[in-house]
Write a protein that binds this ligand. Sequence first.
Ligand code: ZN
Length: 262
Amino acid sequence: MHHGTLVTPQPRSRCSSDGAGHPNCHVNVGAVVDSASVGYPFVTLDSMMFQIRCAGCDAPGAAVCTTCRFALLGPRPQPGSHGIHAALPFTGRARKVVLGLKYRNRRQVARHLAGLVVNAIVATGDQRHVDIVTWAPTSDARRRSRGFDQGELVARHVARQLGVPCRRLLVRSGASTTQTGRSRVERLQGPEFLARPGLDGRRVIVIDDVVTTGATLRAAAAALRHAGVVEPLLYAVASTPAGAATAARRSGLAAADPTLAA
Ligand SMILES: [Zn+2]
């Protein structure tokens, strides 16, 4: 809209007043929004609340219900031979909640899962040894199809809860920028990463969503060491049971669980 010097009478529906002193303007603004912009004038807070269902059990009312919150406080998986700490086993109810990160109420689910990752970090004392939180970025193709990177989403909440900055330190490099055309052996070796230079002496926590073989986080750690990080600390939201990881190594990640983001 052109702002000229002429003072012209404003159409009532465009009045910028909050309604005080212009009661007719205020009513008109509301009427325009209801009929033209939104198209469904009878949305109420109640009906929006009923759309929120628990990612773990489908109960209405919260992104993760109280019952599921307690269930997720069970014993954490032991760090496997890959040395990666995980907040949850990727089984049962926990698996459903983690998958909810991809499909529904993802911001609230991400915040809750990040809280569980922070619990795991505090349990090992690693919160005393961190300057930056980062994440192992997913492939460009996956981020495009999903519209976001769930590792980044969780990492940002983890950083906020720890009170340290979250920075993008890693990019995928080489052939691993897309999984298409890679052999099974190459896929199982995991992606390759490049780290931002100039990280000498920085202490970094790297977050991933689901760890199976650990290849992704190991590759991320290798790139960070190359850039000067002394000992990258590796954390995942969930890890598959050891048996599943072994099966995945034998038969390929996709066969072990088609919903897995490698
Ligand atoms: Zn639930």
